[in-house]
Design a protein around this ligand. Sequence first.
Ligand code: FAD
Length: 421
Amino acid sequence: MSLNRRTFLGTAAAVTATLTTPMIARAQARPRVVVVGGGAGGATAAKYIARDSQGAIDVTLIEPTRAYYTCFFSNLYLGGFYEFDDLGHTYGNLASNYGINVVHDWATAVDRDTKTVRLAGGDAVPYDRLVLSPGIDFIEDSVPGWSLASQSVMPHAYKGGTQTQLLRAQVEAMPEGGTFAMVAPPNPYRCPPGPYERISMVAHMLKAINPTAKILIADPKESYSKQALFEDGWQRHYSGMITRIGPDFGGDNVEVDPAAMTLTIDGVVENVDVCNVIPAQRAGHIAHQAGIVEDNWAPVSAYDMSSRIDPEIHVLGDSAAQGAMPKSGFSANSQAKVAANAIVAALTDGRAFPPRFANTCWSLIDTDDGVKVGATYEASDEGIVSTSSFISEVGESAEVRAETYRESLGWYDAIVEDMFA
Ligand code: FAD
């Protein structure tokens, strides 16, 4: 592997170890796993492969950002429940605790014939197994009038970090009695309840700082995740503030004009003060470049998350077409452990355990009013299938809702520790 000092960013100890000739010779004798994307799927996979192989596998994690800002709980930042800094996590522990080579760069190409990943900085990193967990990219032109060039005017805030900060700043700067609009995405997309938790959190913020403001949602879907729970919550906490226009009334026929700050729904032009456009989504660009995508997503085997097109590539999280699991951080983390176990077993002649998966999506509607939906899953030849499920109920007591919110706080702390500590 050729890495230079500028792109290699582990701890001082890890850098020293990898740059000395004997260590390189030893590292090259080990099987090599390259992980692209240091998010919920990739960071977890890198850690578990390095940890469970006890150094027998050489793990390289490629991630352009030095700090990963979670999308999960970014809505709570919009609502004023979390600080922005609470969402940021760095990669130092993965390098120092597990000996992972953390490389801050973009993967620009996968050459499946030579089994190498090319980086924007020019390096080529060889692999025996490749893990791709690049999250989502947007389908350009899915919302007429919107393109990535307009994201600083009409933010999507559907990738973590500065987009979320921009959206909050825009909400805070809205004129008194102004309009916040959201163009909701079509299925499938990351975090099915995410847009509606976001509406709840924006409403919570506006109720405090701008109580005559209005919220308008143009939604191409007939129905959405936890709909009854959100509608009940909006009625109880934000009555008269939120209007959702579904496909029956043209919510699937929208157009935006970022220069004029208008949202046109079925020919009716609305002036808006904030327009949160969440476009249609597809697997991260690098998965397309690798040639392992069909119909926007990368089909995988549910047994080990390996690509159905190239079994030496494993695809995790949002980019994968895996079956019944929703695209969530919890799902990506769960899938990463299944893939890590299979990869360690394959490369070290170890034992693979039967795959089991779990997911819970929590949403906060207002202070101490938390709801959840979740399921457990197992692998089948067709894909990941659900074995049991649960969902909060309308009319639950305040104590149950407060406990659900507390559970979600515990989950956040646990998953970021599982990924990064
Ligand atoms: P990501 O976590 O997005 O990681 C992808 C990483 O890959 C990124 O760090 C990116 O920089 C990197 N990358 C991309 N391309 C390349 C490349 N070419 N080279 C190198 N690196 C690359 N999930 C939950 O479980 N619970 C929640 O409460 C929740 N709330 C959410 C709220 C919102 C508003 C949103 C938008 C999402 C929420 N999610 C939640 C969903 C969750 O964030 C995603 O499903 C999860 O992050 C997917 O993990 P991933 O590994 O597939 O992608």
